[in-house]
Design a protein around this ligand. Structure first.
Ligand SMILES: Cc1cc2nc3c(=O)[nH]c(=O)nc-3n(C[C@H](O)[C@H](O)[C@H](O)COP(=O)(O)O)c2cc1C
Length: 351
């Protein structure tokens, strides 16, 4: 059995301290990093009893894909800091558990290498829109050509906030490692290399029209990631979003924003069934995930725990943790009197 806090300690023991700080940390005082976790824990369940739960299924369908479990791997940059084969190792672990993986623009293995490693397996590509629109277009065309089935458009990073650990540590790529989709190597300057890259390269002038633009140039469904408000989600859906991810970037962008567990109901209400709503941030066990699904999420993404599993046990750890989460979801469902994800509804939670 994986115990997430223990897994994190084990990861810390095997990782370079600067890399660990980059993975574990967040913006500002890291209040949101903590509150994302405690918010799920604070929600109370109202389980049904006397329901036959001898057969429980965690299966679901998302954008036409049949999935064994509603847990996806979110976009996470710089995975080679956790494992030699980085994103390829994560993809192997995810594929063995039947989970969709979102490959980051800031991956340390190229999107083509990840696709070649698990050609059969559904994958999405996360796009950061660059000021250089030709570069952005090139990235999404490469993703489409490599068989990625959706774009995850991250919208909560118009600028990078101060991530104190990374500034203090002068976070940078080690020699011999690069942001493989971009061909960017070690920065070598003072402060955080990620902050320097984001400031010089990422487009702070994004608008809803960019959702349609990404769809037009790729032909792929665009899932908008990083929304926390009902009015914004309505705008995104009207602008063509095929799905949305309620996210505060794991507490790594604006500190003290609303925890995703508390933002989710407003978003679900505003979307009103038009597109699937996914959520991430602080989800750490099957019970948290059952709450998210009961509150209207179609699926969830689990970030840091999978990085710890990758660092400690490689692909087998990723598979093992995803399988454990699936079993925990099934057990929590049974204890709620639910046999299918469709049985999970708002009446099961008390906020
Ligand atoms: C080390 C790390 C790197 C991340 N890199 C990206 C990224 O490249 N693109 C992105 O959209 N989100 C990125 N995220 C945010 C995740 O996709 C996700 O929103 C977050 O990890 C969920 O919170 P959790 O880690 O508490 O589960 C990153 C998160 C972490 C921890």
């Amino acid at each position: 059995m994986y115990e997430i806090d223990e897994l994190q300690n084990q990861a810390q023991a095997v990782m370079d301290p600067t890399a660990f700080d980059y993975f574990v940390g967040g913006a500002g005082e890291e209040i949101t990093v903590t509150e994302n976790v405690t918010a799920w824990a604070s929600i109370r369940l109202r389980p049904h009893v006397l329901r036959d739960v001898s057969h429980v299924s965690t299966a679901t369908t998302l954008f036409g894909l049949d999935l064994r479990s509603p847990v996806l791997v979110p976009p996470l940059g710089y995975m080679r800091l956790a494992h030699d084969r980085g994103e390829v190792a994560m993809a192997e672990g995810a594929a063995a558990a039947g989970a969709v993986m979102c490959v980051s623009t800031l991956a340390t293995m190229s999107l083509e290498e990840v696709a070649a490693a698990e050609p059969q397996f559904p994958r999405w590509f996360q796009i950061y829109v660059h000021k250089d629109r030709d570069l952005t277009r090139d990235l999404v065309e490469r993703a489409r050509d490599a068989g990625y089935q959706a774009l995850v458009f991250t919208v909560d990073l118009p600028v990078l906030p101060t991530r104190k650990r990374d500034v203090r540590n002068q976070f940078d790529l080690p020699e011999g490692m690069e942001l493989a989709n971009l061909g960017i190597g070690r920065h070598g300057g003072a402060g955080s290399a990620l902050e320097a890259y984001a400031g010089s390269s990422l487009d702070p002038a994004l608008t809803p029209a960019d959702i349609e633009w990404l769809h037009e140039i790729s032909g792929l469904p665009v899932v908008v990631k990083g929304i926390l408000r009902g009015d914004d989600v309505d705008m995104a859906v009207r602008a063509g979003a095929a799905g949305v991810i309620v996210s505060n970037h794991g507490g790594r962008q604006l500190d003290t924003v609303v925890p995703t567990a508390f933002a989710l109901p407003e978003i679900v209400a505003a979307v009103d069934g038009r597109v699937p709503v996914l959520v991430d941030g602080g989800l750490r066990n099957g019970t948290d995930i059952v709450k998210a699904l009961a509150m209207g999420a179609a699926a969830v993404l689990v970030g840091r725990p999978l990085l710890w599993a990758l660092a400690v046990e490689g692909p087998a750890g990723v598979t093992g943790l995803l399988e454990q989460l699936r079993e925990e979801i099934a057990r929590s469902m049974a204890l709620c009197g639910a046999t299918a994800l469709a049985d999970l509804d708002e009446s099961l939670v008390r906020r």
